[in-house]
Each structure stands twice: as structure tokens, then as C-alpha cells.
Design a protein around this ligand. Structure first.
Ligand code: HEC
Ligand code: HEC
Length: 332
């Protein structure tokens, strides 16, 4: 019965589904490179801070690298709500870049930054444009950090980019690195269930992130950035962020959480991601303008318009398998 319905839908609609081949074609660089290994520079300590003793003294480049590393780890003091200079409060929340790109972006499969400088400029489907590294950083500033773009020529933007350049040493332009991005998660053939997610959350997440999802600041020791970041509420990422999309959040969680014991099944990762993303958080305006080429719009975007007939609810929680099958058949 089910197959019959999907067949009818397939035949009845012309511009029907997301077409992954369009994204692939538009992302093609034509640059052929071997895949590189994940190599973190030896001056990097395990906690994600650079060991300045191991770095050249008196170098302006290294000064920028060190500043960039600090901005990523303690973002709020430099470009967020706790910056002394009010004109520099570009980020709207107190998260750090390292709240998601752990340890200054040095952890594989946690959206790390090793080799990142060699992967930009890059086609980004969300804007249907070729974006520079600065543009991509500002994507996270406006969404994950719920703030404003950092001026391209600011000392802070240059420091972040210089740090990323340093982390990309030895990686040739256009190469990919084993460990970039996130772990792949298997899609479910049922919708993710926030109620089941709540049970998992209370058992496996709330000890660090709090019953109320508000996380924990390290006031006592260093004064006010997150040790355990806020997962929802006013001080977390907004609805335009990658982490708000279910498949992406499930991938991140599956690969990395609970921190130090990332053993959730795919189903648990989806359910707990659905729970977190059902909670209130800042709203990103104008999301219907994201992914202007609708053939590249990800399955887990919960705002219309779509190039398919699935409901907003299904885009939000799945099941995604059927949607993916339709996408694949379109791509042939
Ligand atoms: C709430 C989580 C979160 C925070 C905070 C965050 N990001 Fe991101 N960022 C993401 C996610 C999710 C992705 C997409 C990862 C993927 O799809 O592989 C991403 C992607 C990126 C990328 C592209 C990575 C790549 O491999 O192509 C850059 C660069 C980036 N972020 C920079 C930053 C910077 C700089 C900050 C701090 C100013 C920041 N991000 C804060 C979640 C976050
Ligand atoms: C032992 C403490 C700990 C536990 C338990 C834990 N986390 Fe985390 N979580 C962290 C830390 C620390 C970070 C910051 C990134 C990093 O260091 O990996 C983080 C980051 C995150 C982020 C990205 C940051 C943000 O603000 O969105 C998400 C999402 C997340 N955790 C979800 C979960 C979920 C879901 C669970 C339960 C399955 C969980 N975590 C359990 C410590 C923990």
C-alpha cells in the first residue's frame, strides 16, 4: 500500500523533491587532491589552548593566531555580551565557538577547523553563493551565536582567520581532511519523538547541561563563559543555526555526546535532538529566504517553501527515509 501511494505521488508531481545532485554539481571545485589526515599542530594543548612557550616570540602572525584561539575558546569576552568595549558585542549569546567546535576546533568529527582554510572559498547552498571563510564564520555569528556579523577587517575576524590558517598548515588548497564535519547518522523510518528524547535527556545530559538546558558558566574560576553550554533558552543558538536542524543536531550528538561517552544509538540521538529543538530559543527572522535554490534545501528545514509535498512537521521531525528515497529517485 505504502509503495503504491508513493508511486502515485511520484508520477503526479513534476517539481517534486530536493535533488542532491544539484548541490553536488554546484559544489564541484574541479580540484583533485588526496584526502589528508587530521593533524593538530604540536603547540596545541589537549584543552584546546595554544602553549605559547612552544611558539615563536615577537611574531605578529603568531600574536594573531593566539588571539584567534582565545576568541574561539572564550568568545563572550572578546566579541560577545561580556566584551569590555560595548561596540564589540557582536555575538548575541554567551556561547563560545568551542561550545560546538570543541577545543578550539581541534577535535575530529566535531566540526573542527583542521584544514578549514584550504576548503574555502566554497559553494554554500544556504545562500546559493560562493562564500569566503569570513562569510562562513559570520553565518555562525548570526545564527549559532545569535548575533551580528563581525566586520571583515576587524582585528578579531583577522585573528580568527589567522588561527584557522595556522590550524590548516600542510593541507593543500581544495583538499578534504579525514575527520572534518560531523559523524554520519542513519536516518530513521519513524519520526523523531521529543517525549522519548526528554527521558534520554534527563538520564544522560542534564547532569552537565542542566534540567532547564541553561548549561553552566565557570564564574568561580575564570568568570563567565560556558563550561557546559546552554542548549536552549534566550542564551543559546537561534532557529537559523545548523544545530537547530534535526539531522545535523542528531549527527553532532551521536558523534560527541554525552561528552566523553558518545554511545547513543541513532534513534536516541534523533529523539534527544528533537527534544532539545522543541524547546524555546531565539527566532531567526526571514528563514524562508534560506536555500533560494529549493532543489538544494535540506530535508530537515522546517520552513516553507519546499520543492516537495511533505508537511512542515515531517521536515521538522521526519521520518526522513521516505523523503530521501523520493529525493534520490529525482536525482536519477
Ligand atoms: C551552537 C553550535 C555552534 C556554535 C556556537 C558555533 N558554530 Fe560554527 N558550526 C556549527 C555547525 C553545526 C556547523 C556545520 C557543521 C557541519 O555541517 O559539518 C558549523 C560550521 C562552521 C564552519 C564551517 C565548517 C566546515 O567544516 O565547513 C565555520 C568556519 C564555523 N562554523 C565557525 C564558527 C565560529 C568562528 C564560531 C564562533 C564565532 C562558531 N562557528 C560557533 C555550529 C556552531
Ligand atoms: C560530561 C558533561 C556532558 C554531558 C553528560 C553532555 N554534554 Fe553536551 N556538551 C558538553 C560540553 C563540555 C560541550 C562543549 C563542546 C565540547 O567540549 O565537546 C557540549 C556541547 C553540546 C552541544 C553543542 C553546544 C550547544 O550549545 O548546543 C549539544 C547540542 C550537546 N552538548 C548536547 C548534549 C546531549 C543531547 C547530551 C546527552 C545525550 C549531552 N550533551 C551530554 C558536556 C556534556
Amino acid at each position: 500500500m505504502k509503495t503504491k501511494i508513493s508511486m502515485i505521488l511520484l508520477l503526479s508531481s513534476f517539481a517534486f523533491a530536493i535533488d542532491p545532485s544539484v548541490n553536488k554539481t554546484k559544489s564541484e571545485t574541479g580540484i583533485k587532491q588526496a584526502k589528508m589526515n587530521w593533524v593538530v599542530p604540536s603547540a596545541m594543548s589537549d584543552d584546546g589552548y595554544l602553549d605559547e612557550e612552544k611558539l615563536p616570540k615577537g611574531s605578529k602572525y603568531i600574536e594573531a593566531v593566539i588571539l584567534g584561539n582565545k576568541i574561539l575558546n572564550e568568545t563572550t569576552y572578546y566579541i560577545g555580551p561580556k566584551a569590555k568595549d560595548e561596540s564589540k558585542r557582536y555575538a548575541g549569546n554567551n556561547l563560545s565557538c568551542s561550545s560546538c567546535h570543541a577545543n578550539g576546533g581541534t577535535i575530529p568529527y566535531e566540526s573542527g577547523f583542521v584544514g578549514i582554510y584550504a576548503r574555502f572559498p566554497q559553494y554554500l547552498a544556504r545562500g546559493d553563493v560562493v562564500a569566503t571563510l569570513e562569510n562562513r564564520i559570520n553565518g555562525c555569528m548570526e545564527r549559532s551565536m545569535n548575533g551580528k556579523p563581525l566586520p571583515i577587517n576587524s582585528v578579531e575576524m583577522k585573528a580568527i582567520v589567522t588561527y584557522m590558517h595556522y590550524l590548516s598548515q600542510g593541507v593543500p588548497v581544495g583538499a578534504n581532511v579525514e575527520g572534518q564535519g560531523l559523524t554520519q547518522v542513519k536516518l530513521l523510518n519513524r519520526a523523531a519523538d521529543p517525549k522519548k528524547g526528554k527521558v534520554i535527556y534527563e538520564e544522560k545530559c542534564s547532569a552537565c547541561h542542566g534540567e532547564d538546558g541553561a548549561g553552566m558558566l565557570n564564574d568561580e574560576q575564570k568568570g563567565g563563559y560556558y563550561v557546559y553550554p546552554a542548549l536552549w533558552g534566550d542564551d543559546s543558538y537561534n532557529t537559523g543555526a545548523g544545530m537547530y536542524r534535526l539531522i545535523k543536531a542528531a549527527s553532532y550528538i551521536k558523534g560527541n555526546m554525552p561528552k566523553g561517552d558518545a554511545t547513543l544509538s541513532d534513534e536516541e540521538a534523533f529523539d534527544v535532538a528533537a527534544y532539545i529543538n522543541s524547546k524555546p530559543r531565539p527566532i531567526k527572522a526571514n528563514r524562508e529566504a534560506d536555500f533560494p535554490d529549493r532543489r538544494t534545501k535540506p530535508l530537515d528545514m522546517d520552513v516553507a517553501p519546499y520543492d516537495d509535498d511533505f508537511s512542515i512537521e515531517q521536515h521538522r521531525f521526519g521520518p526522513y527515509i521516505k523523503m530521501q528515497e523520493v529525493s534520490k529517485s529525482k536525482a536519477k
